[in-house]
Design a binder for this molecule. Sequence first.
Ligand SMILES: C[S@@+](CC[C@H](N)C(=O)[O-])C[C@H]1O[C@@H](n2cnc3c(N)ncnc32)[C@H](O)[C@@H]1O
Length: 257
Amino acid sequence: MMSTMSTATSHPEITAEFIRNRIAQINWFHQIDLGQGVVTPGDCNSQQKLARFHLPEDLTGKTFLDVGAWDGFFSFEAEHRGASRVLATDSFVWQGNVPGKSKAGFLAARELLNSKVEDMEIEPLAISPETVGMWDVVLFAGVLYHMEHPLLALQKVASVTKELLIVETATDFEFKRRPVLAFYPGEELLLDATNWFGPNTAAVVAMLRYCGFRQVTVVHKKPMYRRLGAAAKYMFRFRQWPWITLQQGRVAVHARR
Ligand SMILES: C[S@@+](CC[C@H](N)C(=O)[O-])C[C@H]1O[C@@H](n2cnc3c(N)ncnc32)[C@H](O)[C@@H]1O
């Protein structure tokens, strides 16, 4: 399902109380600073994630596409960093496929930030120059492992990238050097049935090269001490075999033409 692009209208006087009331009923994912000392209570430590993505500090004059934007933290950040035009896209969460979650957070944050970020409801596999146009910088964060067709999804986002594609994803089989992908027919990754494939870092790099990027750089990799912590948590809390979870990580990669 796709809708026409739209933007927010400006808001008059905004107080901390007004913001708190406006966001109170929303089930947030991101932690967005809305000003007046109010930050949305999302589960995701968005500032920490941002540091791992190595988003260019200065996006002045650049166009920016955020694929799988959810509450839009990274879209608003790109606007804040000077992007001349920002498009936030999503489908799965925005269309109510995750119980209790929706597009309400994105819409409220855009209104309260008086942001000009545009939005479009479109699935990653429907992305093409014809549907969304071409963008200088494209962010594809936290979405690849949700894809039933990961290489095709990368080809789609690559097809609309002019300069830089930033891919962030969960990984698996990190002890293997050859490019491999784990397949999750059930809830094997993070007990979430919406996860389908976990590539290792070598596979992410190889797939991006296959998509036509000459310069592919790993800018962040979840360190072993954090993987050990996650393996211990999943072993004690969910009885998951630590040898498997220890091989699962996260990676952020910059791909340039
Ligand atoms: C983990 S969130 C990542 C949100 C944001 N990009 C970030 O990095 O914080 C996954 C996003 O992928 C989107 N998505 C798109 N297609 C999906 C699918 N088939 N299954 C699950 N999530 C999907 C969800 O709507 C959601 O916004």
